[in-house]
Every structure is written in structure tokens, then in C-alpha cells.
Design a protein around this ligand. Structure first.
Ligand SMILES: NC(=O)c1ccc[n+]([C@@H]2O[C@H](COP(=O)([O-])OP(=O)(O)OC[C@H]3O[C@@H](n4cnc5c(N)ncnc54)[C@H](OP(=O)(O)O)[C@@H]3O)[C@@H](O)[C@H]2O)c1
Length: 341
């Protein structure tokens, strides 16, 4: 079978990294790049996610899988993929947008694989959680701790997500009840691995909160993050306590979160507590968050190509056998994983 894969937002930081990893591991696949400007080759397609009249080329090029790597607030590409029976993999949605898109997809008869892969680092966290316990039912509590370096590369769209959402309340879960919280509050000390050491971590909204509670039925779920700079982490907490983010304009918030460095490591740690005690998985991406997010998207794509998953709606971790997902991540040169009791 012909494999024609289109990455929309494929000129962006994460999109072009997906293209590089996907093509180098799968030279037989045709990888097309979609963006507003188009390009010089017949693999560069001019597509604007806000303009459905630009989507005809997706059918013309016989695309079988669309990877969405740019914000599509109106879910135009999702609707098009469902209507045309094209496989769809989406790494872009913050929690409220993910819940909306999931409802749209579940409300329709789908004739393709619709994959929501917007969880932290391309939707791999719930899969890794499953490697830490014999059964999901035995897990009482999942905590995700994120270390984010401002020296890491960050695309414009990723930085804008934080600017748009920093003052918006979100939910963590306690005994299956949603608890309303805000970014950068409720400090908690955590000892990060890979030489990072003790840091104060603060509330952080990622779709894994929703997925782990609503889909995987974990009663207690929280996510906290810290920046590489202790001063920046503290300042953001102070800004939130003093409600300064609510006063600043979106443009001003974009200036705060819009910086990109030249590359640094990215680390996250998952602590799982349950009947069998407590276990921790620590993951380091030496090449940072864009590389790991892109690798995850590639692993989901390869899984779709390799195995005949039925046509329906998935969260990306549901495609994988958890230990196989962990082994594939571990096999990648710049990823390190440690599991401790
Ligand atoms: N799930 C995760 O863990 C995770 C991690 C990182 C990032 N992300 C998400 O991944 C997405 C991409 O992030 P990024 O850092 O790669 O962003 P980026 O560097 O800003 O790239 C986005 C690309 O999309 C294209 N684009 C912009 N508007 C478009 C439109 N209306 N139609 C078609 N293409 C358009 C742009 O190219 P043109 O100007 O040529 O159109 C741009 O190169 C974001 O949604 C981000 O939130 C998810």
C-alpha cells in the first residue's frame, strides 16, 4: 500500500522534526509538508487550516494520514479527515480544545483512525504510567513533574499556548473530584533526576490530567512544572499570586513566554502510587522537548503503519503495548529512562 503522510505545520519546529525523524527511519514513505506559504517541490502543499477551500489538495495527493502540528482552533482539519476517511494524528490541543475535539469525533461515525496525541511530549505519559503497575485499577495517584528549560528550542505556537492559558483556571483531580487550580501556584518541592536536583514545582495544565482521570480512571492526578531558572519559576509564581497575568495584555504575555534558546535537555518524571507501593519513572530527552514530541508522533505513526488498528477514536497511548512503547523510546539515542521504587 502507498503511504502518503502529510504534516500540516510541517515547516514549524516540531513539524520539521517529525518529518526528519519519520523520513530517516522510513525512507519508503512519501512525506508531504503543509503550510500557508507552500514551497518549491511537489511535496510542499499550500494549506491554511483556517481555510477549508485549501484542503482539496489533500485528496488530490491521496494522503492517507494527516499529522496536525499547528493549532487548528475550529477543528477544520479534524472534520475534513473524518468526512474523507483519512487517518488523523493531532499533537496540538491544550486540554479544553482536546475535550471539544474529542466530543466532535465521538459524535460522528468515523471510517479512519483518529488519534489524539496532545498529552505531554506527544501523548506518551499514560502509556508509561501503565508500565509502572500491573493494572490501572491498582493505581490511586499519578503525579507528573516537568522540568522545562528556557534554553530549550521552542516554536512560536508552543510559547503562545502558555501566554494564552496562563491566567485560565484548570482542574487537577482528587478522589475523582475536579479541584480548580491556576498555573504557577501551590508550590511543592521535588528532587529531579539527571543532575537537576531539588526544585520547587508549580501547577501546570497538560491534557494528561483529563486523560488519566476521565479515560484511565486514576482517582488522584496532578501535574507540576519547574523552569531551569529558579528565579523565573519564583517570579512566575509571584506574578500569578499578585494576579499580574490577568492585567497584562496577550501581547505582553507572549513577550514573557515567547523566548526560544538554542537547545537544552527536557526531563519529566512520573510518580505512581497504589496498592503495590510507589514507583517513579524519570525520562530525559537530551535534545529537548521538540525532539521528544516529534519522536512520539513518529512512534504513533509507525504503529499505525505496522498494525491494523480498527477505525475509531484513540488517545495515542491506546495504540501501544506499554512495555513496547517504553522499549522504543529507550532505543532512541538521545532518550534516557530510569525506573526506581
Ligand atoms: N503535545 C506536545 O507535547 C507538544 C509539544 C510541543 C508542541 N506542541 C504543539 O505543536 C504545535 C506546533 O508547535 P511548534 O513549536 O512546531 O510551532 P511553530 O514552530 O510555530 O510551527 C507552526 C507552523 O505552522 C504553520 N502554520 C501557522 N499557521 C498556519 C495555518 N493557519 N495553516 C497552516 N499552517 C500554519 C507555520 O508555517 P507557515 O508560516 O509556513 O504557515 C509554522 O511553521 C503547536 O500546536 C504546539 O502547541 C505539542
Amino acid at each position: 500500500m502507498e503511504h502518503n503522510i502529510l504534516i500540516i505545520g510541517g515547516t514549524g519546529l516540531v513539524g520539521r522534526t517529525i518529518a526528519r525523524i519519520l523520513q530517516s527511519r522510513n525512507p519508503h514513505i512519501s512525506v508531504f509538508i503543509g503550510g500557508r506559504k507552500g514551497g518549491k517541490t511537489d511535496k510542499d502543499l499550500k494549506i491554511d487550516v483556517t481555510d477549508p477551500s485549501s484542503f482539496q489538495i489533500i485528496s488530490d495527493k491521496k494522503i492517507n494520514l494527516v499529522i496536525l502540528s499547528v493549532n487548528d482552533k475550529a477543528d477544520e482539519i479534524l472534520r475534513f479527515a473524518i468526512e474523507k476517511g483519512i487517518d488523523y494524528l493531532d499533537i496540538t490541543k491544550p486540554t479544553p480544545a482536546l475535550v471539544k475535539a474529542y466530543d466532535i469525533a465521538m459524535d460522528q461515525k468515523v471510517g479512519s483512525r483518529i488519534i489524539f496525541s496532545s498529552g505531554w511530549m506527544g501523548g506518551i505519559v499514560p502509556g508509561l504510567v501503565k508500565t509502572l503497575s500491573d493494572s490501572m485499577a491498582a493505581i490511586q495517584d499519578v503525579q507528573l513533574f516537568v522540568y522545562y528549560s528556557v534554553r530549550d528550542l521552542a516554536g512560536e505556537s508552543s510559547a503562545h499556548f502558555m501566554a494564552e492559558n496562563v491566567a485560565v483556571p484548570f482542574h487537577r483531580y482528587e478522589k475523582n473530584r475536579p479541584v480548580s487550580v491556576k498555573h504557577f501556584l501551590d508550590t511543592e518541592a521535588f528532587d529531579f533526576s539527571f543532575g537537576i536536583g531539588k526544585r520547587n514545582a508549580y501547577n501546570f495544565d497538560v491534557p494528561d490530567l483529563y486523560i488519566l482521570n476521565h479515560v484511565e480512571r486514576v482517582p488522584d492526578v496532578s501535574v507540576k512544572m519547574t523552569y531551569n531558572s529558579k528565579l523565573i519559576t519564583w517570579l512566575l509564581g509571584a506574578f500569578q499570586s499578585l494576579r499580574i497575568f490577568s492585567i497584562l495584555s496577550l501581547k505582553e504575555r507572549k513577550m514573557i513566554f515567547g523566548s526560544s534558546g538554542s537547545g537544552d535537555q527536557s526531563v519529566f518524571e512520573i510518580v505512581v502510587k497504589g496498592k503495590g507501593g510507589s514507583r517513579k519513572l524519570s525520562l530525559q530527552s537530551v535534545k529537548g522537548q521538540a525532539e521528544l514530541t516529534a519522536l512520539s508522533a513518529v512512534l504513533h505513526t509507525e504503529e499505525l503503519l505496522r498494525n491494523s488498528h480498527e477505525n475509531k477514536v484513540y488517545f495515542s497511548h491506546q495504540l501501544h503495548e506499554p512495555l513496547s512503547l517504553m522499549a522504543q523510546l529507550n532505543a532512541y539515542e538521545t532518550i534516557n529512562i530510569r525506573v526506581t521504587q
